[in-house]
Design a protein around this ligand. Structure first.
Ligand code: 4AD
Ligand code: MG
Length: 462
């Protein structure tokens, strides 16, 4: 009987729908996770990439042609296996494969750095190209992909258009000056572009004009910041999801964020169940409880002014902050944000209406003349997950603010100001730190462990 070439996902799927027959002859291809034997019978855990679950291959001395070779296949080897399905109703795994023949597709040399024992995350970062072979990064890579898909799906189902914004740009949208310059030289030695250009820090300014025509849009791509801050939450290259909505004020925007985030978390609880269970068991015991709490609660909204009062009060009652200079107008530091979301609210928290000097030039000025209609979402364990605002739609106010921020020295940002003269309207948007969202979903507490090839200051090994 020929061996039917198949994948693990299909075998598990057939099993769940009671269609997997005992004795089915299959061919599977995959990689060895572990291999052990007692001299007469051996067991290989095989992973094939199509599901989070592995399968156990059983090879016994009296049934296979080359027991000795099989017993020497090392962790990481790639195999093509012919064998038959054996249902195992009394065991932890629902079925296993009894081996008839194994072909070694790719062997592993002795210096393969991954062994059966648990490795530290630091060690694994140093071999980023092999990390997907470990349970944690295997799960992470899958969740990363599934989260991207869930987001695209929500946007598509809610009439948002996906807009591709440029990576190379001449405008620093956040005005923080932490940009990576990119200007190559032409053959004649002159600069390639005729003005200073850098890698984008945000696609927002380029996506806004599309909201003024397609109404609801988003960009989702890599962004770059030359922040020399060595923290577990900052990377030099990270992915950001930036929706922008026309005819939408701050109040509508908060609801949109909540819908989107809750949808994504629920989607993963359902479609990445095995992976999230794994993270809950091995990385963060409170993960699932925390995620359920986020989707089941309504999120607190605290105006910035009130947040500063809460922090002053905490300080007066003896709480120690490293940054203890607390005053109205300050930029909230990560420890302040985490105090509010973890100790005070104990759940997702919006901080809104920040002082205008603490925020970017494009934010809508409130009638008080001091604050802007900004909204940051803080979540336990992460701090700031999302930053957004209603946008300044008043041409004169925006012009003044851009002047103050020295953005009108040349005409490189004039086009953005012009959008307020050419059919502007009330609009809002926000940016989700995609990698931070993954930290929230996996319990991994260092951004270097949710990015596939992390880039931070002095770190570009791969
Ligand atoms: O708050 P930020 O700087 O906002 C913007 O860039 C706006 N243009 C977004 C918008 O309104 N369209 O960044 C948004 C989010 C942050 O809340 C954070 O989650 C993430 O991006 N982020 C970083 N993630 C990893 N490493 C860094 N260095 C990050 N800087 C910001
Ligand atoms: Mg921010």
């Amino acid at each position: 009987m020929p061996y039917q070439e198949t994948i693990l996902k299909e075998l598990y799927h057939s099993f769940e729908s009671h269609n997997l027959s005992d004795g089915l002859q299959v061919n599977l291809k995959g990689w060895v996770r572990t291999n052990r034997n007692n001299g007469s019978i051996g067991f290989i855990e095989l992973s094939d990439g199509t599901t989070f679950l592995n399968v156990q291959l059983v090879y016994s001395k009296d049934q296979v042609d080359d027991f000795d070779s099989y017993s020497h296949y090392l962790t990481g080897s790639s195999l093509s296996v012919n064998g038959e399905v054996k249902l195992t109703p009394n065991m932890k795994q629902p079925f296993e494969i009894h081996v008839h023949h194994i072909e070694l597709l790719g062997g592993v040399s002795d210096d393969y750095p991954l062994q059966k024992k648990r490795h530290t995350f630091e060690f694994l970062r140093d071999i980023a190209y092999l990390r997907p072979r470990t349970n944690t990064f295997y799960a992470l890579a899958r969740v990363r992909s599934k989260l991207s898909y869930a987001m695209h799906k929500w946007f598509n189902d809610n009439d948002f258009y996906y807009i591709h914004t440029p990576i190379i740009t001449g405008i620093d949208s956040e005005g923080a000056g932490q940009v990576f310059d990119v200007n190559a030289k032409k053959e004649d030695g002159k600069p390639f572009f005729d003005k200073p250009v850098h890698l984008t820090v945000s696609g927002q300014l380029h996506v806004e004009p599309f909201a003024l025509a397609l109404r609801n849009v988003y960009t989702f791509g890599p962004t770059f910041r030359a922040e020399n801050s060595n923290t577990p939450r900052h990377a030099s290259e990270f992915w950001m999801v930036e929706p922008e909505m026309a005819f939408c004020d701050i109040h509508k925007a908060l609801k949109i964020v909540e819908n989107l985030l809750k949808y994504c978390i629920n989607d993963l609880l359902k479609n990445a169940k095995d992976e999230l269970n794994f993270f809950n068991a091995f990385v963060d015991k409170n993960l699932l409880e925390r995620l359920h709490k986020i989707v089941d609660s309504s999120w607190e909204v605290i105006p910035y002014t009130k947040a500063v009062e809460i922090l002053e009060d905490a300080k007066n009652k003896g709480h120690h902050f490293d940054n203890e200079n607390i005053f109205w107008g300050m930029d909230l530091q990560s420890e302040h944000e985490r105090y509010i979301t973890e100790q005070v609210v104990k759940g997702p928290t919006w901080i809104i209406d920040y002082p205008k000097e603490a925020k970017a030039f494009y934010m809508k000025q409130n009638p008080d003349g001091k604050t802007v209609a900004a909204y940051d979402l803080l979540v336990p364990e992460i701090g700031e997950l999302i930053g957004g605002s209603q946008r300044e739609d008043d041409y004169e106010k925006l012009r003044q603010r851009m002047e103050e921020c020295h953005l009108l020295k040349d005409d490189s940002a004039l086009w953005y100001l012009n959008t307020r003269r050419f059919g502007g309207c009330v609009h809002s948007g926000f940016g989700i730190g995609f990698d931070r969202f993954l930290m929230l979903l996996t319990g991994l507490n260092n951004i270097r462990d949710v990015q596939l090839y992390p880039r931070t200051a002095n770190q570009v090994k791969y």
